[in-house]
Design a protein around this ligand. Sequence first.
Ligand code: FAD
Length: 322
Amino acid sequence: MSILIFADQTQGKIKKAALEAVQYGSKIAAQLGTTATALVLGPADDTELAALGNYGATKVLHAADARLHEVESTVYTKIITEAAAKENAIVVIFPHNFDGKAIAPRVAARLKAGLVAGAVSYPDTSNGFVVKKSVFSGKAFANINIVSEKKVISLIPNTYPAVAGSGTATVEAFAPAINDADFKVKVVKVETVSGDIPLTEAEIIVSGGRGMKGPENWGMLEDLAKALGAATASSRPVADSGWRPHHEHVGQTGLTVRPNLYIAIGISGAIQHLAGVNGSKVIVVVNKDPEAPFFKAADYGIVGDAFEVVPKLTEAVKAFKG
Ligand code: FAD
C-alpha cells in the first residue's frame, strides 16, 4: 500500500502546487502508516526530482519519455493508472490545477475510486475517510466520506503552503506501457501570453474589471504588476469583451487563484468573481463606488478613481523598492 502523488512539471521544474500536493500526500501517508511516491512525467531536472524528498516523498517515479513533455490527458490518465497499480496506491493525489482537474476524475473512474475534487483539508480518518471541500462557489463546505477502497483527491493550491524539509527520496526510472497511438492529441505550439508568471502559481495578482474602461488602459495595470513582480488577471466580462484573453479570467467559470495578495481594480465583486479569489490571503480593492460589494471581502480598500490611484500605487511601490 502507498500514496501516489502526481507531481506535474513545467519546463522541467516541479510546479509549486505539485510540491504542496506531495507534502499533503506525504502527511496522509504518515497518517495511514505508509509511504508516499511522487510521479513525474516528462523530462525534468535531476535536482528537481531529488528535491521532492524535501517535501516528504520517499520515492520518485520518473517517466522521462520526451513525448510526455506536454500534458495530454488521455495518455497521462493511462500512465498514472498504471503507476497506481504498480505502487499499490490506496490514495492518488493531484494538485487541483488545470491538469489535475482534467485528469483526476479520469483516473478515479479507471481505478473505481471515490473522488474529492478541490479538497481543503486532510482526511479525518476517525470515522471513515472524510475530506472537506468547498462548494457553491466557496459559500459553503461539504465533508465527503470516501467509502470506496481506493480514493482520489485533488488539493486546492495554496491550502497548505509547501515548506521544504530535509528528507531524501530515491529516484526510479519508470517506463510506462504506452505507444504513439495512445497520443490522441498533439500539442503543436505553446504560447505564453500572460507574462512570465502563471496565474495559479502567482504570489501577487493585479486584476482588472470593467472599470478599466477598455484594453488600451491595461498598460497601467501591467506597470503596477511589473513593479510588484505580479501576474495580471481580469474579471469575466473583460475577457468576454475581448479586452484580455480568457485564460486570464478568474472566478466561478475561470481560474481559482489563491495568491498572498490580490489587488482588484475596477471590479464590482460579484459572487461569481469572488468564487475564484476568496482564498487569497490579502485582498486589496480599488473602486470608485464606496458601495461596491468587493469592499465587504477586502482586507484593504481604496475608494477612488483607478486612473488616479493606480499610477500613484505604482510610483509608491517603485519608490519603496528603490
Ligand atoms: P462591473 O460589474 O461592471 O463592475 C465594474 C466596477 O468598476 C464597478 O464596481 C464600478 O464601480 C467600478 N469602476 C468603474 N469605473 C471605475 C474607475 N474609474 N475606477 C475605479 N473603479 C471603477 N464574473 C467573473 O469575474 N468571473 C467569473 O468566473 C464569472 N462567472 C460567471 C458565471 C455565471 C453563471 C454568471 C451568471 C456570471 C458570471 N460572472 C463572472 C459575471 C459576474 O456576475 C459579474 O457580472 C462580473 O464579475 C462583473 O465584472 P466587473 O466587476 O468587471 O464589471
